[in-house]
Ligand binder design. Sequence first.
Ligand code: MOS
Length: 732
Amino acid sequence: MIVGQPVDRRDGRMKVTGRARYAAEFPLQGLAHAVLVQSTIAAGTILSFDTADAKGQPGVLAIITPDDAPRLQTKKASQQMVTAPLLQDKDIIYNGQHVAVVVADTLDRALEAAARVRVQYRQGEAVTIMDQALGQAAVPKHFRNGARPPDSQRGDPDAAFATAPVKIDVTYTTPVEHHNPMEPHATIAMWQGDRLTVWTATQGISGAQTTLATLFGVEPQNVRVVSPYVGGGFGCKGNTWPPATLAAMAARVVGRPVKLVLTRAQMYTSNGYRPRTIQKLKLGADQTGKLLAMRHDGFSQMSQPVLGEFVEPVALATEMLYACPNVAVSHRIVPVNQGLPTYMRAPGEASGVFALESAMDELAIALKMDPIALRLANYAEIDPHENKPFSSKKLRECYAQGAAKFEWSRRTPGPRSMRDGRWLVGLGMATATYPNNRRAASARVRLGTDGVAIVQSGTQDIGTGTYTVMAQVAADELHLPLSHVRFELGDTRYPKAPVSGGSSTVPSVSPAVQAACAALRARLFDMAIADPRTGWSGASHSDLRFENGVVIGPDRRITVPQLLAHQNLAFVEAEAESKPGDEKNEHSLHAFGAQFAEVRVDLETGEIRLTRCVGAFDAGRVLNAKTARSQLIGGITYGIGMALFEKTEVDAETGRIVNANIAEYLVPVNADIPPIETILVANDDRIGNPVGVKGMGELPMVGAAAAVANAVWHATGVRVRDLPIRIEDVLA
Ligand code: MOS
């Protein structure tokens, strides 16, 4: 078996030697450069542009403003497609909104000219801070794309809470955060007649193809999207944000290929962010710790409704994580003059489970109960919200194996009860869960006379290991050595695959790869049976095997080159689609985890150091022990960022983001990250999908922040309910 082995990343050498070509790096003849001009006010209308000075600069090819921008088919586009203004009108919704695009023959000249575009505005009233707009909180109109209402209730949580002997009634808040992938958003667009090719940094080439085709009114097959390497996405490359469309618009206007790369600062205004949340939690329990009532009311920051709608689904995990008879959740959005928020690693769960699992810690303290014991007392044997069995759930094993590795038993319950010299020591834990998502995906495989299988799928590798694990799946299915499998992705010429979001790439694409390889083997068997030289006529597929490029059957064997030669073929090819069936009607599909953090807090300075993290996860079958561990380390690190560092700061007066750079927007660096120990609990979930995998890109992010916050409480006795946790919080 090649699946499961810690195979090195197949794209690793390409990346570290600089040969992997990212979107901005495709050399094209006559490439021009586009630079965005952005609003300096937070609300209002554009009165006029003064472009004379800019136009007179050397090398300028075009200055595109709403006055002369090509009209796009925005009415035909879904709201996901029009994620911010596309120079189609003059309304200003937020500070930093794109108002014009300048194109020149070099980047420097485009920058110079862009700085000389003058814009006159009529300034409107802006509310830029969510907490000042709570009166405008609204019920979402398109929650989960209309698949369910934003609120749910089972039992009578308010009555049960009123009479519960032990109660927690608290509010948690999380800040706006930005994704900050290493590779900024970048697009090169080229038109040849009505055919558009874009090289773009995206988590979803297929979505980009649909969006661009719709907006420009061309057939989808006339739009080719190429994205072989993506330097991180984390959600901000999930939708097709305006810069990609504006690059294509600019290319059409100047009749040359155009490159548009966002600056790091523009990565804060142009492709979404994790919205601020305010979450009200009520938990009621009996004296033994049995949950009697849960209420989770979530508010998340939104832009103005004209830009569409994004809801941070903070309370979904609260519905299903614990066996509680009385549960209510709600989701509200609060419009401000900021850009549109979007998915960011573990959207919903990261913010929501921070609140839920902090509240569970507070409940354990009120009950004088061990935090793991409290969770086990409320363990959901079936999904209590959907009232269905889980396809598989190894959360008990996660708690047990994680606790053993972390040596949870050394924890003394009281706050400030563990010390190491001048350091207060704190141990905290939290549960993680994330849906095991799967969407329809297709793949094709071609086997030629050289014995090499070329597998193609229009999926993405956003740094996660898709190239590597899909080759492993194909190698096993075809009984070929890994060296004889090539996997290609990131091109809409390949069979269609879904967006790499919601941790769905592996659960969606690996079954398609497996199915395509099975179809190829079946075709080879058909050929071998039909080949008079094998003497197998009348045999069935079960009489044959395919191993190391050889079809083996009764009394003889035949190689693929022989089979192909007999029929004058250069290769044999098969394609397959794999999609979810009715498993979701019968089962609830989720991944799980138990996360542990150890912190040390300096008694005098309040300095918070993480000294150890352990995470035990049920992520189904593991395709590659090494890339899986990388995902877990990355997710936990992202969660540590959420717990202790990340916060986007807005100047209330101007609505401008003031720390739009990775010097002042704090992210953890290596020195902030302790040893991270990970456990993948043995599981193989063939109900969720035929490969047995569960997505694991977002899962390890989910419990990290609460585990850290709970550890900080244990060290200091200070409960921090507003992320990120900073020194000043624990010095109070
Ligand atoms: Mo993920 S936030 O669904 O890219």
